[in-house]
Ligand binder design. Structure first.
Ligand SMILES: [Zn+2]
Length: 226
């Protein structure tokens, strides 16, 4: 484990969605190229994808489906932003997704200040996005919240402080979130470089080692294990 991972591991009771949803209502969702259900399902648009998520939730008597860190996915093939160069396809997902209804409150993971925010428009992109800056045990890191509602960005100011568990915004729907079924993309970033309001959530296999180190598994913080 890296120093940052060790620090994240020690933080308890972290949630980025309302804690009224108990952990036994979470179910793990496999969206990888290895999931046979995805080979037969037609998931060409957000409505079909949402129906697929809803069926998974119903099957498991769950309210939240989650997963996707270090997951190889086919679902980015529809958008050119991920595949500008065919030889270097960006298909490795390096955040953690929480699939839940649009409008759900999104909470700040740990105490922090607003680093940056932006509406990343475009098919397959994040839509409204907030990046928070945190310091724990003198270690600085960032958390990214993607696929939010536009209202989440209204009135937000860089440098504003938020407490752990405080509401940052709400989850967006397919009309603003890059045309996905509603979900939060939650990612931890160690070195944010020059990025502002945006940061890659998907990378190529060639870049994977760098991104896995720079973006540790968000579940070290969230500790979901359904
Ligand atoms: Zn994601």
């Amino acid at each position: 484990m890296t120093l940052l991972e060790n620090i994240l591991h020690t933080v308890e009771d972290v949630s980025v969605i309302p804690t009224a949803i108990s952990l036994n209502k979470y179910t793990r969702l496999d969206l990888s190229v290895n999931n046979p259900a995805l080979k037969t399902a037609t998931l060409t648009n957000a409505a079909e994808f949402e129906a697929f998520i809803e069926s998974k939730l119903a099957e498991n008597d769950a309210k939240v489906a989650y997963g996707g860190y270090n997951e190889e996915r086919n679902l980015y093939k529809r958008s050119t932003i991920f595949n500008k160069e065919a030889i270097d396809e960006r298909n490795m997902h390096i955040g953690l997704d929480l699939w839940i209804k649009a409008g759900t409150s999104i909470l700040c993971a740990v105490d922090g200040i607003v680093h940056s925010f932006q509406d990343n428009t475009g098919l397959g992109d994040y839509g409204p996005t907030i990046i928070m800056k945190h310091e724990l045990n003198k270690e600085i890191f960032y958390t990214l919240y993607g696929h939010l509602s536009r209202a989440s960005l209204a009135g937000l100011t860089v440098g504003a402080t938020y407490k752990k568990g405080q509401q940052l915004g709400t989850l967006g729907d397919a009309t603003v979130n890059g045309d996905y079924a509603p979900h939060l993309h939650f990612q931890i970033i160690s070195d944010i470089q020059k990025y502002s309001g945006d940061y890659p959530g998907v990378c190529s296999k060639k870049e994977l080692a760098y991104y896995l180190e720079n973006c540790p598994d968000p579940n070290i913080l969230l500790k979901l294990n359904a």
